[in-house]
Design a protein around this ligand. Structure first.
Ligand code: F6P
Length: 323
């Protein structure tokens, strides 16, 4: 293998740039040519492919977002789209790919590599931390810390006004960000898609807290909770128990930006190097992740189909800490 392409796809996450940098530098270190593909699969289809040098990735290790840009491509979902993408890779002589993204990115990579026999290795870039095969995803740690900073501020005003705040954090199908923010931010309740928390549970918990020593509360709601988003949960609670004063804050895309933490820079760098060295060693159609501080290559099939359950100890901790 002489030429490798690298791209970012799906929702951006802090640490993606550190990962791109590691891929580029590892390729050059090992004597390979490396190409950056802009706008993920969309850019691959359109041939937005640029040769990268060591200096192309100077001064980006500390920056959030992705210098290669990102997109969610509908055209790549079609056979014709994937054929166009393959033709572009052929034109540039690219023989292997590093795909930085989440499960949608890996699903596309798996189909593509099976259809066209091109080796792909993924790096887990998503704030959601919902990828099987790695203890943490690149961007998760930063997103949690960003959300926590906001929750600390909300707590100040909640306490001053004796209010109950419903704070919505990201995580489409996953409560990882919510649970860590709940514990780290001292919330009373965390609502995540992985476990059922009913409106009656919320009301009971808020009520007992307020009857004792609490005058304000924080409820962290993962956007994908089965009871709805934070605004919907608040409306349901208010309908049942209108006597308290409720507010909603949706943290939204703030969680996706910002300078990556040291943890995310290092994780991105490790996975990027491992992806390049994996391709060189003949690995394909798998993700380079880190489990128990060791690089692990997990087949895309498992990354996509297996779920990574929330640690039940965390939920138990919430119950203890929020009395
Ligand atoms: O997958 C990462 C993520 O940030 C999710 O947490 C969120 O649901 C989604 O992306 C938002 O996507 P978009 O930026 O396309 O609105």
């Amino acid at each position: 293998m002489k030429k490798i392409g690298v791209f970012t796809s799906g929702g951006d996450s802090p640490g993606m740039n550190a990962c791109i940098r590691a891929v580029v530098r590892a390729c050059i270190y090992h004597g390979l040519e490396v190409y950056g593909i802009k706008y993920g699969y969309d850019g691959m289809i359109k041939g937005e492919i640029i040769k990268m040098q060591s200096h192309s990735v100077s001064n980006i290790v500390q920056r959030g977002g992705t210098i290669l840009k990102s997109a969610r491509s509908t055209e790549f979902r079609t056979k014709e789209g994937r054929q166009k993408a393959y033709d572009q890779l052929k034109k540039h002589g690219i023989e292997g790919l590093v795909a930085i993204g989440g499960d949608g990115t890996f699903t596309g990579a798996k189909i593509f590599s099976e259809e066209f026999d091109i080796p792909v290795i993924g790096c887990p870039g998503t704030i959601d931390n919902d990828i099987y095969g790695t203890d943490f995803t690149i961007g998760f740690d930063t997103a949690v810390n960003t959300a926590l900073e906001s929750i600390d501020k909300i707590r100040d005003t909640a306490a001053s006004h004796d209010r109950i705040f419903f704070v919505e954090v990201m995580g489409r199908d996953s409560g990882y960000i919510a649970i860590q923010c709940g514990i780290g931010g001292g919330a009373e309740i965390v609502m995540v898609p992985e476990t059922e928390t009913t409106i009656a549970d919320v009301i009971k918990k808020l009520d007992t807290g307020l009857r004792k020593t609490k005058t304000s509360s924080i409820v962290v709601v993962a956007e994908g909770d089965e009871e709805g988003n934070a605004a919907e949960v608040m409306a349901k609670v208010k309908a049942e128990n209108p006597k308290n004063e409720y507010k909603v804050t949706t943290l939204g895309h703030i969680q996706r930006g910002g300078n990556p933490t040291a943890t995310d820079r290092i994780l991105g760098s490790r996975c990027g190097i491992a992806a390049v060295e994996g391709l060189m060693a003949g690995q394909r159609n798998c993700m380079a992740g880190v489990m128990n501080d060791q690089i692990v290559y997990t087949p895309f099939d498992d990354c996509i189909s297996k779920s990574k359950p929330i640690n039940q100890d965390y939920l138990k901790m919430m119950n203890i800490l929020s009395i």
